[in-house]
Structures are given as C-alpha cells and as structure tokens.
Design a binder for this molecule. Structure first.
Ligand code: NAD
Length: 333
C-alpha cells in the first residue's frame, strides 16, 4: 500500500504514511496499575482494544518494580494511572510506542526519556473534570454551612463565584455555579474567544485583581507553572470581600502559604479550603480552626465514574493513535 502512495507524498507525509502502515498490525497494550482500575474500566478497555484487533495484558497491584520491568518488555502501548514510568521502565520497554496516563497530571512519566526514544506520551484531560468540579462546589457548601456544625450558615445563591482559569474544570464549576444561582465571573488570559464565557452566562474579567476583589468564593483551577507557583498570596487574599473563601482544587504549589497565612491572620473573616493539603497544613489548622479545611487525601478525581472515564479514554486514544496517528492529547515532543 505504501509503495503506491509514497511517491505522491512530501517528505513529512511519507514518514507518517510509513508509520501508519506499519502500525496497522495487532498491538499489545499493557495496563499496569499499582492501584487497579474498577472492573468496569478494565472490561471497557478490553472491549475497545480487542474490538480494534489489539491484545490487552494486565498487571495489577504489583509490589515490585521488577514486575513492571518484565511486563513492559514486549508491550507496544502502556496505560497507567499514578504508576511511575522512569527511564529504567522506558529502557526495559523495547517495543513501546505510546504511554497514556489515565488522568490529568503526568509528572509520574519521565517525558525526556520517552521523547528520547520517540515514545508518545498522552494524558486524558477532561475525564475527571466533573468529579473535581462537584467537589469544589461541595466544599463551598461545606464552608457556607459552617462545616455542617450547628448554627446559622449562608447560601451560595446570589454570591459571586470567581473562577481563576476557565479550562475543563473551571468551566464546569462555572456552569454548576450558575445553576445554583451564583453570579459567576472568570479570568483566563489564554482564552481569547469571548463566546466561551458568553455561552455559559459567565462574565469574563480582564485581570486577576478584579477577579479576587469581587470574589465571595474564589475557585482555583490554574495549573502549577513557573508563572503560577506561589502566585496566590497576601495581596490577592487581602483584596477579597468580607467573608470570602479561597477554594483550591488545583495544586498546592500555586499558593504562597506564608502570604496567605499572614492575610488570614490579619483578616479573621477569610477562609481557605483545599483538596490539596498545604505544606504547612498543621499550622493552618492550628491557627485558623474552622476557617481552614483540607481533604485528608486528594480526592477531587476520586470517583468511580472519573476512573472509568479516564481508563476508557486512554484505550480509545491508543486505538486511534495506532489507526490514524492522532496525537491530539500528546504531552511530550
Ligand atoms: P485545563 O488544562 O483544562 O485548564 C487549565 C486552564 O488554565 C486553561 O484554560 C489555561 O488557559 C488556564 N491557565 C493557564 N495558565 C494560567 C494563568 N497563568 N492564569 C490563568 N489561567 C491560566 O486543566 P483542568 O483539567 O481544568 O485542571 C485544572 C487544574 O486542576 C490543574 O492544575 C490540575 O492539575 C488540577 N486537577 C486537580 C484534580 C484533583 O484531584 N483535585 C484533578 C484534576 C485536575
């Protein structure tokens, strides 16, 4: 097939065609999960992969790195959760062409080692967004109702929900906040299409300063980057309206903990609620009592539905990659 097509192609396309043709054979997809997927997800992964003519091998609850090194030896594709894909794993996986992290974060994969071998690394963004968004709203209600202790609480309806970063999670928090009757505003400098906000009935604001100054509930959804790390601290917290709460289901690294503590010390009305315990969690709990809450273990994405969604998306992305070369969710170069 390629012999007929190749002469008509430009150089780049020739590479793709050869790749694509060689990938039409049956591939071995290894699902390696120290903490296994639900059975429903594994069954779905099998159905998707085998339906496309590939085979699936399962390595669950492995306790020793050596087990993973052995299992990846002849795998063409790898589906993982929080499992670590180190240079050693990459080295042992002589046939590996693609790794998909079923989930959003992919700092458990050594991207440089994968790239050096030409291995594609993908994540499955958006699959756990609903779970995280529901937790964010749940944490707001929890704080509004005095952590479900006796006494008079408040309602979310009519309050201003300010969304910092309008990506997959932020957008869902916005839509759900609107459904609760909140006044929703958002800031995301990388979304230039106003229609993204307009169709959700969300008002786009033009600065972080305006966002925080208006927020009764500030819902954080920025990624941890060089620019955002420690970017939320004293000044922004101090600018918030009376009784405001920062709700963090993003990453602890984006908080300047010292600055936030200083603001919460000076302002006895400010609250901080987070799905990612701060480095100084004990000090926060001690100093601020009921104005601070951290989930005991990160649980934004921990729903059965999110796990199944992510597993199935990983299988679909691998099948699609082998069939068409689609690299839409690739995270390495
Ligand atoms: P996403 O990639 O869909 O959206 C991120 C958004 O952030 C994008 O719209 C981008 O334009 C915006 N952004 C980037 N830099 C920004 C900046 N400096 N200022 C303002 N906006 C900026 O990501 P997502 O799926 O919505 O996830 C958001 C965050 O939630 C991530 O940090 C992720 O790690 C975290 N997360 C947490 C859990 C959990 O269990 N708590 C689960 C999934 C994701």
């Amino acid at each position: 097939m390629s012999a007929m097509i190749v002469p008509l192609m430009r150089d780049k396309e020739i590479d793709k065609t050869i790749n694509f043709t060689s990938l039409l054979k049956s591939m071995k997809i290894l699902v390696a999960t120290e903490k296994p997927f639900a059975k429903e997800a594994v069954d779905g992964i099998r159905e998707i992969a085998e339906g496309a003519g590939h085979t699936v091998a399962l390595l669950e609850k492995y306790t020793d790195k050596a087990q993973l090194l052995e299992a990846v030896a002849d795998a063409d594709a790898l589906i993982i959760r929080s499992d670590k894909v180190t240079p050693e794993v990459i080295d042992a996986a002589k046939e590996l062409k693609i790794v998909v992290r079923a989930g959003a974060g992919y700092d458990n994969v050594d991207l440089a080692a994968a790239s050096a071998r030409g291995i594609v690394v993908m994540n499955t963004p958006g699959q756990n967004s609903n779970a995280v968004a529901e937790l964010a709203l749940g944490m707001m209600i929890y704080m509004a109702r005095n952590r479900f202790t006796p006494g008079t609480g408040s309602e979310l309806q009519g309050k201003t929900l300010a969304i910092h970063a309008y990506g997959n999670v932020g957008r869902l928090v916005g839509v759900k906040g609107k459904a609760l009757g909140m006044n929703v505003i958002a800031f995301d400098p990388f979304i230039t299409d106003a229609a993204v906000f307009e169709r959700d009935g969300v008002r786009k604001v033009d600065s972080v300063a305006e966002l925080y100054a208006s927020a009764d509930y500030l819902s954080l959804h920025i990624p941890a980057t060089a620019e955002t790390k420690k970017s939320i601290g004293y000044d922004l917290a101090m600018s918030m309206p009376k009784g405001a709460a920062i709700v963090n289901t993003a990453r602890k690294e984006v908080i300047d903990e010292e600055g936030l503590m200083r603001a919460m010390t000076e302002r006895e009305d400010l609250k901080y609620v987070t799905d990612i315990a701060p480095e100084a969690a004990e000090a926060f709990a001690e100093k601020f009592g009921k104005r601070f809450f951290a989930t005991p273990k990160k649980q934004g994405a921990e729903t059965g539905e999110a796990n199944v969604n992510a597993g199935l998306a990983a299988a679909r992305q691998i099948v699609d990659y082998f069939a068409t070369g689609n690299e839409r969710f690739r995270v390495n170069k």
